[in-house]
Design a protein around this ligand. Structure first.
Ligand code: FAD
Length: 403
């Protein structure tokens, strides 16, 4: 009673849908299954509902610049063979209107549903068999292929593609399925951790800033020492529990527990010099002077930290002004933790790329492939994670062979 296919793709998210469609259009008999009721729930909620589907700034000569991995150059081959321009071509073919927002980020004009419809249309064009909801009980290697026990009966296939994504947002169906399959076949997994996630702070040191929830300002943010140092120029957002906004989401992917982050709250401004000039010409309160360079609410909260800062600028000591400038432009703080899987946009870590071919995404276990976020390749905020899903799915789909 086996259903027989050339390839089974597990997970109907961004990577699984794209992979199944291309493989089907190459003439393969493809089964796509997902344990959820709906396809591509993460595409649906992505980019605030508009799907930031790729990024024009992805550098084809150095694609690894925008991605993290224990094996930084692994992603190059796939990203070079399916570029943002290639994916944009498909979006245009489907007449989906889009626009560029910030730093090369491309978003749909209407809704992420446009992209889901496009992916489903590509699957239909490839004659892909689609089972949902359907769970996989077990996978066994069997001579030249695989046997799967599923809630819709047993399946035989030449290849299995694992496209089950990462652990973020368990509420919409994330599972550790992909990591368990890797372990079953003796493939290493880089420990997964939440990335692109707000950072939290607590204790007395945070008390003065809790009142700033909702405040946003442009900053330069950095973490890591010397050669490991990474920095971003983006907006910072104060929340009730800590810090968020693009600046913090970006740095969170690089941040390691117990280490500090450093924030320049007035980037590009020589605050020490500005404050000394203000001292020479003004009698206003220091907080009022500061409000020229940072938001007034922040200036107000900031001076509460030291009595020497709660006075007219002309009465403040030079040293107090220098300290104030130094602390604002190099605010060093150690996050207590992150908001975790509930809020993380992606999962860093995953199936160790040293177990995979960078050309095809096939693992050391012949016929078993991993694509998308389940792999230890994590993009920056701004469309890079979808571009990795498309590119890795494309590399795999080109390599799949009839059983
Ligand atoms: P997913 O899209 O997560 O798909 C995995 C699929 O596998 C799901 O359908 C799931 O139901 C299924 N599955 C899981 N476990 C099982 C199982 N045991 N059995 C069967 N099926 C299973 N990236 C961007 O580039 N741009 C954005 O604008 C963007 N916005 C985001 C916003 C939010 C709120 C979040 C959470 C993420 C966002 N991302 C964005 C990240 C992006 O959504 C993911 O990197 C991308 O969806 C990964 O694709 P994937 O196919 O590997 O995994």
């Amino acid at each position: 009673p086996f259903s027989t296919f050339d390839a089974v793709v597990i997970g109907a998210g961004a990577a699984g849908l794209f992979c199944a469609g291309i493989a089907g259009q190459r003439g393969l008999r493809v089964l796509l299954l997902d344990h959820g009721e709906k396809v591509a729930e993460k595409v649906r909620i992505s980019g605030g509902g508009r799907c930031n589907f790729t990024n024009r700034e992805l550098d084809p000569r150095a694609p690894h610049k925008h991605f993290l991995s224990d094996n930084p150059h692994f992603c190059r081959s796939a990203l070079a063979r399916h570029t943002p321009a290639d994916f944009i071509g498909l979006v245009q073919k489907h007449r989906i209107p889009f626009h560029e927002k910030h730093k090369g980020q491309l978003f749909g004009d209407h809704s992420s549903d446009d992209f889901i419809r496009m992916l489903l249309a590509e699957c239909a064009a490839g004659g892909v068999t689609h089972w949902q909801p359907c769970t996989v009980g077990g996978i066994a290697a069997n001579g030249a292929g695989y046997e799967l026990q599923t809630s819709r009966g047993p399946v035989r296939a030449g290849s299995v593609v694992v496209a089950t994504g990462g652990l973020s947002i368990p509420k919409i169906g994330a599972t550790d399925f992909g990591y368990r399959v890797a372990q079953q076949f003796g493939l290493r997994v880089v420990p997964p951790r939440p990335a692109l996630v707000p950072l939290t702070f607590d204790g007395e040191a945070w008390a003065p800033f809790a009142q700033l929830a909702g405040l946003s300002l442009p900053v330069r943010i950095a973490t890591g020492e010397k050669k490991e140092r990474v920095a971003f120029d983006e907006d910072l957002l104060f929340t009730h529990r800590g810090l968020s906004g693009p600046a913090v989401l970006q740095i969170s992917s690089y941040w390691r527990e117990g280490t500090p982050i450093r924030i320049d709250l007035a980037p590009g401004i020589d605050l020490a010099a500005e404050l000394m000039q203000a001292k020479a010409r003004s009698r206003r309160l220091l907080a009022n002077e500061l409000a020229q360079w940072v938001p007034a609410r922040l200036a107000e909260a900031w001076v509460q930290q030291d009595a020497a800062w709660q006075r007219p600028v002309n009465e403040a000591g030079d040293k107090a002004l220098q300290q104030l400038a130094q602390r604002l432009s190099n605010w060093e703080l150690v996050p207590t933790g992150s908001e975790g899987w509930r809020k993380a946009e992606v999962t860093a870590g995953g199936v160790d790329t040293r177990e995979l071919s960078s050309q095809t995404m096939e693992s050391r276990q012949p016929g078993l492939y991993f694509v998308g976020e389940v792999v230890d390749v994590t993009g920056w905020l701004g469309g890079y994670n979808f571009q990795w899903a498309w590119a890795s799915a494309h590399a795999c789909a080109q390599a799949l062979a009839p059983a």
